[in-house]
Design a protein around this ligand. Sequence first.
Ligand code: ATP
Ligand code: ZN
Length: 302
Amino acid sequence: MPASPPKDRLRLAVQKSGRLSTDSLDLLKSCGIRVKAPKERLLLHADNFPVDVLFVRDDDIPQLVMDGVCDLGIVGTNVLEEAALERRHNGDGGGYLVERPLDFGGCRLALALPEERPYTNLRDLEGLRIATSYPQLTKRFLAEQKIKADVVYLSGSVEIAPRLGLADVICDLVATGSTLEANKLRAIDTVFKSTAVLIRNTREFTADKTHALEILLRRIDGVQRAAGAKYIMLHAPKASLAAIKKLLPGSENPTILPLAGDDTKVALHAVCAESVFWETMESLKQAGASSILVLPIEKMML
Ligand code: ATP
Ligand code: ZN
């Protein structure tokens, strides 16, 4: 693509340092977009694609996109939905569109209690104090469940709030649960399931930006489609071909090739949309397949 004038470059906001940073930059890299990791500079230009990357705190990304300061952003839906509810609550305008869910940043916002606190169901939260960095999402959940409780905002270290006597319950992000365990808390319910997404602002883009976004999205689709997909090659007796084809996970139209020097067998090559597990390979072997090779796929364009 020819170099574009600065005004026609897409501006993408990503988290400067934190849980989404590496995955966001890796995604760009897989899309063939070269940007160096941020050091002291806040804005970096990709030298081979019309995109400039702005490195910021993740909490700023929804506003930057909704206000039109950035065209695109990569952010968790937890932060995004919280910001959108906050804006609605304050009567502020500005919207965003989710262009693509991304396959990283998965976590959930969960209610958690000190382990020793007795608990049977959500009714037990009635009248308690809940500490969270996500007051809007927490309040929405409580309203849906028709539970009256006090929600107090804490910007960080929410998990220690019960020990400090600041709250009875917390509503915080959980991925593996190890932070909860370390703080002697147990999760009791999920308030919101989150994943990273690519968002854009709702304003109309110039033709150049629209074109660049189309290419970027096509590449993201290619990267995400290839993730987990495998290329499988094997030798199959002609007699068991039908049985072997049935065992291949998510593959259509495999290629069948003759094998030099053995006309009872063929070589089969196929793209499998899902991972090929050892169990699948063992079943293939049992069905008569041999010389089974499973290769990773880096990119895929349909
Ligand atoms: P910043 O300085 O940018 O504000 P932060 O401390 O708010 O950083 P991180 O802890 O880096 O943010 O988390 C960023 C995002 O990563 C979260 O908002 C969430 O979408 C996602 N995430 C994925 N797994 C987890 C997890 N186990 N705990 C917290 N966030 C997670
Ligand atoms: Zn943050």
